[in-house]
Design a binder for this molecule. Structure first.
Ligand SMILES: Cc1cc2nc3c(=O)[nH]c(=O)nc-3n(C[C@H](O)[C@H](O)[C@H](O)COP(=O)(O)OP(=O)(O)OC[C@H]3O[C@@H](n4cnc5c(N)ncnc54)[C@H](O)[C@@H]3O)c2cc1C
Ligand SMILES: NC(=O)c1ccc[n+]([C@@H]2O[C@H](COP(=O)([O-])OP(=O)(O)OC[C@H]3O[C@@H](n4cnc5c(N)ncnc54)[C@H](OP(=O)(O)O)[C@@H]3O)[C@@H](O)[C@H]2O)c1
Length: 384
């Protein structure tokens, strides 16, 4: 991880000392009726000394939801005023500790062990044994720390014992969706809000709902700069092919703004996808305007829930394989951003197939072609 510091008026901001960035805008990019919520967030960086480049991310330190903290306190039988000691944070009231300092929405193995010991729950005890990682992960899926306490009502666990088992709150990273040339002193983020139901309780992703719901316009977000190696071509005339479904589109909005601000003439091709065109085309009017004025030479849109079968970005890539191959042979840089679990591998497989089918190469030679692209940074991924 890159450790980044910025300095303004003698104050150094970093992961250990985040800058409190004013939130200028916080709006939903999805239209009415969408199954999703994706927030466009604009932060003011003036006074932070943060000088970012396109491709960088911001780290955000979230605060837990007050209702979740209340639920934890109720489960522990605490009013939140008793103090807990933390090696890093010193002594602080339990409520404050649970609000800002610890993660509540996961199942730390130490807590499983402690609850198993205190409650005598043999099944839980087994999960805590070394070698039972897979079973523990399956148990933890969708559960949180509070479930463990609620599921063992007779058990006593002190506030100190509870927090000693929790993970410290970690910052979440968000790709910067703006170019600093087009937006001096500002950074934009594109945040998919994580909400789901599990065991009769609605669950909230801590950082995405913090950004979406708990700091509105006029609030402040604790942030730091996370430098990336994900970079635009140095040559402004080099073509770019950008594949960014969902929030993966964020850095490509930045790349395109930057190319426009610098008057760079290289061809640009964006593959974007989401559930439905009518409600989920993130920054749709902006990208359509970029296409109309020629900044985007090609715009390929994959709507996965509009027809009888799923259409994904990689399906459109395969349909346009001959053209993608000709762009690659013209020196195009190929970028992928977004979901790491399946999308990035499937896009890689599609690209490999294009090199095979249109470049007349066998499997091994196609692999070598892509490896050679990676070596000279013409094939870059930023997936999470
Ligand atoms: C380099 C980088 C760049 C990133 N850029 C962006 C970006 O631009 N935009 C963006 O939105 N995100 C981005 N992310 C992801 C982001 O950092 C967070 O991981 C994401 O917002 C979720 O964080 P959270 O705190 O809201 O959720 P958490 O509280 O961390 O909860 C997420 C967890 O909830 C669980 N979960 C989620 N949905 C379900 C479900 N349906 N059922 C059961 N369990 C579920 C999963 O275990 C998941 O890991 C990026 C990540 C990295 C590493
Ligand atoms: N590692 C992570 O934690 C992580 C990473 C990315 C996204 N997510 C979660 O996903 C939610 C939304 O994220 P997002 O807005 O960025 O969008 P997303 O879920 O990545 O979806 C964007 C588009 O990609 C499609 N898609 C699904 N599987 C795909 C695949 N294998 N190949 C190509 N496209 C595929 C989706 O279609 P369908 O949904 O219709 O199938 C949708 O049309 C959030 O809750 C976020 O937390 C989590």
């Amino acid at each position: 991880m890159a450790v980044e510091e910025s300095e303004a008026a003698g104050v150094v901001y970093s992961r250990n000392h985040p800058f409190m960035a004013p939130v200028l805008r916080n709006v939903n990019l999805n239209g009415p009726g969408s199954a999703k919520e994706t927030r466009h967030i604009e932060l003011l960086l003036e006074g932070s000394g943060i000088g970012y480049e396109c491709g960088d991310s911001l780290g955000v330190f979230p605060t837990n939801d007050v209702e979740l903290v209340d639920l934890a306190l109720e489960a522990l039988g605490s009013n939140g005023e008793e103090t807990v000691a933390d090696a890093q944070w010193g002594t602080l009231p339990l409520r404050a500790a649970l609000l800002r300092r610890y993660e509540l929405n996961n199942v730390p193995p130490n807590l499983v062990k402690a609850v198993a010991e205190r409650s005598g729950d043999a099944r839980l005890g087994e999960l805590a044994l070394p070698g039972n990682q897979k079973a523990l992960e399956a148990y933890a899926d969708g559960r949180d720390s509070i479930d463990l306490i609620l599921d063992h009502p007779g058990m006593r666990l002190s506030a100190q014992e509870f927090v000693a088992c929790l993970r410290r709150m970690r910052p979440r990273l968000y790709s910067i969706a703006s170019s600093p040339k087009a937006n001096p002193g500002r950074a934009h983020l594109t945040v998919a809000v994580v909400r789901y139901e599990h065991r009769g309780r609605s669950r909230l992703g801590v950082a995405s709902t913090y950004l979406a719901e708990r700091i509105g316009e006029g609030g402040f977000a604790p942030i730091f700069l996370h430098r990336s190696k994900f970079r635009m071509p140095e040559d402004g005339a080099a073509p770019m092919i950008m594949v960014g479904p969902g929030t993966g589109v964020a850095p490509f909005r930045a790349f395109l703004q930057e190319r426009e601000a610098l008057g760079q003439r290289g061809d640009n091709w964006l593959f974007f996808g989401d559930q439905r065109g009518a409600t989920d085309f993130l920054y749709g009017p902006e990208f359509e305007a970029m296409r109309d004025k020629g900044l985007l030479s090609r715009l390929s849109l994959a709507w996965s829930r509009e027809g009888p079968r799923k259409v994904y970005v990689q399906h459109l890539m395969l349909e346009a394989g001959a053209e993608i191959w000709s762009w690659l042979e013209r020196g195009a840089h190929f970028y992928v951003c977004g979901d790491a679990s399946r999308m990035a591998a499937e896009v890689d497989a599609a690209l490999r197939q294009i090199v095979r089918d249109h470049g007349g190469r066998d499997e091994d030679a196609a692999g070598e072609y892509l490896e050679a692209m990676k070596k000279v940074r013409r094939y870059q991924r930023d997936v999470y």
